[in-house]
Design a protein around this ligand. Structure first.
Ligand SMILES: [Zn+2]
Length: 286
């Protein structure tokens, strides 16, 4: 769980020295990989760990997440490898506005002409190019993108026959967005979930003077959703959240159907969150 929860960003913020690492060294999980299907008409088009998903509909494509700035070219390549023209992408959505998921969106928006729809809180962070983050401050800036519209909790995003539902699952960021939508796998309709991120970065303050007011309550609310929401095809903003590369290697048609894995992931994550909360409460005497 530690490695999963504190993956990419965590590794970069563990020590002060890490802040001064060259940008390339911080781009963990950014090795190019070939696209692969996770359900009918739904593909991983991201890098080796940072996600991007392409969803096909009869009215065009939906893209979720843009990786690092340098991931954008990989994503565009993967879209072409699947036989699509990037200009078929009509809507770009995101999991959250940290640099490892949002820095590529400026280029992707420019090259696809798609509309970018983001939660209000993470939309503000994206419009500031990642600056003024409640914890990361100005350390990981990227080309700002002004979203074309904002997404509220429970909002449905439709394109052709596809309908995705946004769930604001704040904590990791103020507007962290988990997406759910029905998919078909091996002839069966299944509920897919793309997890924003449940990780508590090392240094997040959950008690006393919280990293942002209400962060602990937000995590509690988010876990209430994650622990009960239908999650048959478990996906997320990092491959390591759900073992994407191992599942892809198995070659099974239903490799990504993993309701038990999803449930176990959130139970373990919730226990880790509660333990961190208790540790901080003990340390501050609250
Ligand atoms: Zn993040």
């Amino acid at each position: 769980m530690i490695r999963q929860a504190f993956g990419i960003l965590g590794a970069a913020v563990l020590g002060a020295a890490a802040f001064f690492m060259p940008a390339a060294a911080q781009e963990r999980g950014n090795e190019p990989v070939r696209p692969f299907a996770v359900a009918d008409g739904v593909w991983w088009v991201g890098a080796s760990d940072v996600a991007a998903y392409l969803i096909q509909s009869n009215k065009g494509l939906i893209l979720i997440d843009g990786g690092y700035a340098t991931t954008a070219a990989q994503i565009l390549n993967n879209i072409r490898r699947l036989g699509f023209d990037p200009r078929q992408v009509k809507i770009i959505l995101n999991s959250h506005a940290h640099f490892d998921h949002a820095a590529g969106i400026a280029q992707l928006k420019a090259e696809t002409g798609a509309k970018v729809l983001v939660s209000a809180e993470d939309g503000k962070l994206m419009a500031r190019g990642g600056r003024g983050d409640f914890f990361l401050g100005d350390r990981y800036p990227y080309t700002p993108v002004k979203p074309d519209g904002s997404i509220r909790d429970g909002q449905k995003v439709k394109l052709g026959e596809r309908t995705l539902t946004a769930h604001l699952t704040a904590g990791h960021t103020r507007g962290c967005t988990t997406w759910t939508f029905p998919v078909t796998v091996a002839g069966q309709v299944r509920q897919a979930m793309i997890l924003c991120s449940n990780s508590v970065l090392p240094g997040y303050r959950l008690v006393g003077q919280e990293s942002y007011p209400g962060i602990a309550a937000d995590y509690e609310k988010s876990y209430r959703f994650w622990r009960t929401a239908p999650c048959e095809v478990f996906l997320g903003s990092h491959a390591q959240f759900f073992g994407a590369m191992e599942k892809a290697k198995s070659g099974e048609a239903d490799a990504f159907v993993d309701p038990e894995g999803c449930r176990a992931y959130f139970e373990k994550g919730y226990a880790a969150f509660r333990a961190e909360l208790a540790k901080q409460q003990a340390a501050t005497g609250r």
